[in-house]
Design a protein around this ligand. Structure first.
Ligand code: SF4
Ligand code: FES
Length: 239
């Protein structure tokens, strides 16, 4: 059984599992903390800094990222102090400068009443949260993506920015991306993911002819799982 510790969350003393992240503890108690690089299916990453909270530990106050900060005995946590709000607003302003046209970032800025305009605009939809790269590695197990370049030129990319030989076209990166930066479309029997220069043939349902998934994705699953052949040859409706 996991060890239990006592912490304070917004002034309320609670018992929680030692080591549980402050974000998970807050969420269990319906305390809202915004996040942009967190997903329960992925290891905590701690880069977007949206999930800031203020903690008091051994008399010392500081702001930390709640998605990867573990609960410890005696910790006092506050989710909406002036320091948290000010720091979070700076983070939102930076995001707004990086992705000024992005609807998700604009909504976030509006929600928190943050106005842009003070910083030089980068105009990139990608906020470098790494969700696409991590999902491809940790959930799909393909590792088709990584980061290329440094500093302001850093981007998620396939190796050498070439058409990926390993991408199976599952679209997981598209679904997790919080900004809609990754563009995928199915057209004329092919799946295209423009960002990764991927063009993959789609497999058709042997019964109704509907497109099921990229052939490469089905082959990938076939190598991993012992599923009935119908899974690969028929669409969801005809199985
Ligand atoms: S492409 Fe999307 S998921 Fe990937 S790092 Fe950029 S914003 Fe995050
Ligand atoms: S959600 Fe914690 S740093 Fe992004």
């Amino acid at each position: 059984m996991k060890e239990v510790v006592k912490i304070e969350l917004n002034g309320e003393e609670i018992e929680v599992k030692k080591g549980a992240t402050l974000l998970s503890i807050a969420r269990e108690r319906h305390v809202y903390i915004p996040t942009l690089c967190h997903n329960d299916a992925l290891e905590p990453y701690g880069v977007c800094r949206m999930c800031l909270v203020e903690i008091e530990e051994r008399g010392r106050m500081r702001v930390v990222t709640s998605c990867n900060y573990p609960a410890k005995e005696g910790l006092k946590v506050k989710t909406d102090t002036e320091r948290v709000v000010l720091t979070r607003n700076v983070v939102i302003e930076l995001l707004l400068a990086r992705a000024p046209e992005n609807e998700e970032i604009k909504k976030l800025a509006e929600f928190y009443g943050v106005k842009g305009g003070r910083l030089e605009l980068v105009n990139d939809e990608c906020i470098l949260c790494g969700m696409c790269v991590r999902t491809c590695d940790e959930v799909v197990g393909v590792k088709a993506l990584g980061f290329a370049n440094r500093g302001i030129d850093r981007v998620p990319a396939t190796p050498f920015m070439e058409s990926s030989e390993t991408c199976i076209g599952c679209g997981s990166c598209v679904y997790v991306c919080p900004t809609g930066y990754i563009k995928m479309r199915d057209e004329n029997g092919k799946r295209y993911i423009e960002n990764w220069k991927v063009e993959l043939e789609l497999s058709r349902c042997e019964s109704c002819g509907a497109y099921i998934a990229p052939k490469r994705q089905l082959d990938y699953i076939r190598n991993l799982a012992d599923l009935p052949e119908d899974f690969y040859n028929l669409c969801w409706n005809c199985r």
